[in-house]
Ligand binder design. Structure first.
Ligand code: KG4
Ligand code: ZN
Length: 332
């Protein structure tokens, strides 16, 4: 690939992010403005508040990403933005900004799939990484096991039949009164708990590649109602252990079944310390090559968008400016 410097934008949910990335793997800058504080009092992301906050933040965040990269707009070769999946009003802000820059500067525009971006975070983490690989994408809205056979070539092996893993973290955190966002809160509290204190179910264990978390959520709620004096740290640690067990087993199972020996993780839940610990153990076992991006590359960011955009541009050319945002955009 000849040198391509991408200005990338991500506004699919509640982070306003921009980055400058060279050649799909070299991150020159990555700026993320989190709106978490704005949404915390509502216990979850409020779409209208997210859109408005993106509008207020987007120009400054883009500006800062250029300053931190030491790059001017003249040195940018393409501009990219996530066009789905995500909240329609939120996606529109980043996509509109990218299209405006594209038109004003005569630059190619690249519309990016959010999950494909999460997958390419692993390519930034390990610049030697190449497909085939199996990836576990675990975020607030999705839980996916995907085989990547080549750049742009995906097979969805499994997905959640109900709640996403991150959604389960967020709902249980709210139920336990731990606040929002729930994943980091449970992660923190669980550090003081015993993951074996309560044996919660491991849903759909040994049953193919799909996931289910709503039964686990119900089991936690029922347990706490029955045992109101249960130690919150033990509940959090035991719940987290159940989710992590299922995620790791299914990832390993998918690698075994496909015969693919490289596995990667991405998405906000891949920031979870227990999951990361298990994945690092898996790497140490030596049977699989395991790539776990740094925490800032797991949660929503624009560096991963710049990474995938370079490949999409080389393979498919620019995305037409008429291409709309697609809140439920599919990867494969
Ligand atoms: O990928 P992401 O930043 O945004 C979406 O695309 O959804 O993922 C957000 C999700 C939230 O559900 C959040 O609670 C969860 O990732 N999360 C975590 C951790 N950090 C973020 N879940 C468990 N442990 C964490 N440390
Ligand atoms: Zn995400």
């Amino acid at each position: 690939m000849s040198r391509v410097r991408v200005l990338a934008i991500e506004t699919s949910c509640d982070e306003t992010a921009a980055a400058v990335v060279d050649n799909g793997r070299d991150v020159r800058s990555s700026v993320v403005a989190s709106q978490a504080d704005l949404h915390a009092r509502y216990g979850g992301v409020v779409p209208e508040i997210a859109s408005r906050a993106h509008v207020e933040l987007i120009c400054d965040v883009i500006e800062q990403s250029l300053v931190e990269a030491g790059a001017s707009l003249e040195e940018i070769d393409a501009v990219a933005a996530v066009r789905g999946p995500g909240l329609a009003g939120a996606l529109l802000v980043g996509v509109s900004a990218a299209k405006a820059i594209s038109i004003a500067r005569g630059l190619p525009y690249v519309g990016v799939h959010h999950h494909e971006a999460h997958l390419y975070a692993a390519m930034i983490e390990d610049p030697q990484l190449e497909p085939p690989l199996v990836t576990l994408i675990v975020s607030g809205g999705h839980t996916l096991l995907i085989a990547m056979d080549g750049h742009g070539s995906y097979r969805v092996l499994g997905e959640t039949v109900d709640d996403a893993a991150g959604e389960a973290f967020d709902k249980i955190a709210r139920f336990l009164g731990l606040g929002y966002p729930g994943g980091p809160a449970i992660d923190r509290v669980a550090l003081d708990g015993d993951p074996e204190a309560i044996r919660f179910p491991r849903p759909m264990r040994g049953e193919g590649h799909d996931f289910s978390f709503s039964g686990l959520k119900t089991a936690v709620v029922q347990y706490v109602r029955k045992h109101p004096d249960a130690d919150v740290a033990d509940v959090a640690a035991s719940f987290q252990a159940a989710i992590v067990d299922v995620l790791v087993e299914k990832l390993v199972g998918a690698a075994q079944e496909t015969g693919i020996s490289t596995v990667v993780a991405g998405g906000g839940v891949a920031a979870n310390s227990a999951l990361r610990g298990r994945l690092f153990d898996l790497a140490a076992d030596g049977d699989l090559r395991v790539v776990v991006p740094g925490i800032a590359l797991c949660t929503d960011n624009a560096a991963m968008v710049g990474a995938v955009a370079a490949y999409r541009l080389a393979a498919d050319g620019p995305t037409p400016l008429e291409a709309p945002v697609v809140p439920n955009l599919r990867l494969a």
